[in-house]
Design a protein around this ligand. Structure first.
Ligand SMILES: *Cc1c(COP(=O)(O)O)cnc(C)c1O
Ligand code: SF4
Length: 370
């Protein structure tokens, strides 16, 4: 058994253990555990400094999860875009490939709360079917290997999957989405990165939500990955009482850059059952984006997206920098709130009238232009 597997074995998961460690009512923890999987690695538990802090709110179960009047089980309607159980194919040229049902620690805000930790959801047969689906769909050029957490698989099983995907001629890039560098950084070993770097171009997207998650251990893990030539991106979820503060978020983004991770997405929390106590308003997200752009390195600014309920996909939300646009001029507001005018190209005389809204999608089956 590898070191990380031993560490994982020691994770807190029994309601009695959790209740005792965090001073909770054991019956309450039992009730929550029946609805949603609970597990916290000893490493991550060690980052929790006090009741209700940012790390606590992400991982320690809360009775608020059992309120039944809000949220839906599958807000993104991923099941509707799932041709085989391990694939979510929503965009023209890329898909998600869900290869593991388990995670090192279970985040209380997880969008896939309904699925994670349930071994019945990902059968080895489903992996075969997923690879077959990707092979048959030649329009795919980008596969996002996700879960659960793909790095919960052994090196051997993970390599078998990556190798099979890499062997498909139309697949140009492979991405892995993982929270392991944040919650179980010991899993990132020399052996693992030596395997991963054989399958370039391979990208890894990690998931950090608070600056205090960037520790010497997680920095070591991220540096190992970066040294293997793996471009690193980060996805953050905007969470109440965790990172819904412009200064906390700015610090997180800056610290990520210092360990060679490029902030990629900041997600508005999805409308998921059992997570209402962790959601913020959208205005809060816009306020945070305003506090990033211009005030710190452009590299530290992620895209702020709402993954639209009903399967609409990720939709970017921007502060209102474009104040008005006419044939003559564009009025822009800069990061500090000052207005500037940009003159438009002089319109040619006697143009044919253009449609008010330019078509952004072609309907003849051709892929839409970027
Ligand atoms: C997020 C996501 C992707 C990847 O989207 P990018 O914007 O390319 O990072 C692909 N498929 C699904 C279903 C997704 O939710
Ligand atoms: S690591 Fe990702 S998939 Fe797993 S519980 Fe956390 S948010 Fe959900």
């Amino acid at each position: 058994m590898d070191d990380w597997q031993r560490l994982l074995r020691g994770a807190l998961r029994k309601p009695e253990e959790i209740a005792q460690k965090f001073g909770l009512d054991v019956e309450e923890v039992r009730r929550i555990a029946k609805a949603f999987k609970i597990q916290i690695t000893p490493y991550y538990a060690g980052l929790i400094k006090e009741r209700g802090d940012a790390m606590w709110r992400q991982m320690v179960p809360d009775a608020a999860e059992l309120k039944e009047d809000t949220g839906v089980a599958d807000p993104l309607e991923e099941d509707a875009d799932s041709p085989v159980p391990s694939i979510v194919h929503r965009y023209p040229d890329r898909c998600l490939f869900l290869v593991s049902h388990s995670c090192a620690s279970y985040c209380r805000f997880c969008t896939r709360k309904r699925k994670v930790g349930d071994p019945s959801k990902i059968h080895p047969r489903y992996i075969e079917d997923g690879i077959e689906y990707i092979r048959r769909h030649t329009e795919l050029r980008d596969v996002v290997i996700s879960g659960g957490d793909p790095l919960m698989l052994s090196d051997r099983r993970l390599e078998a999957i990556i190798k099979a995907v890499r062997g498909i001629p139309h697949i140009e890039i492979i991405r892995i989405g993982t929270r392991v560098p944040c919650v179980l950084p010991q899993r990132i070993t020399e052996k693992l990165v030596a395997m991963l770097k054989k399958y370039h171009p391979l990208y890894v997207n990690v998931h950090f939500n608070h600056p205090d998650e960037i520790t010497p251990e997680s920095s070591r893990a991220l540096n190992l990955l970066a040294d293997a030539g793996i471009p690193l991106g980060n996805q953050t979820v905007l969470l109440k009482g965790v990172n819904d503060d412009p200064l906390v978020m700015r610090r997180l983004m800056q610290k990520l850059l210092a360990v060679r991770v490029r902030p990629y997405y900041l997600y508005q929390a999805d409308y998921v059952s059992g997570t209402e106590h962790l959601r913020t308003t959208v205005e809060k997200g816009i306020e945070i984006m305003e506090a990033l752009r211009g005030w710190t390195s452009g590299l530290a600014v992620p895209y702020y997206c709402i993954d639209a309920p009903g399967g609409g996909g990720k939709i970017p939300v921007l502060p209102k920098y474009l104040q008005s646009i006419t044939d003559e001029q564009v009025v822009l507001r800069n990061y500090a709130g000052e207005l500037f005018v940009y003159p438009q190209v002089k319109p040619k005389p006697k143009r044919r009238p253009r449609p008010a809204v330019a078509p952004c999608y072609s309907f003849d089956g051709a892929p839409p232009m970027p």
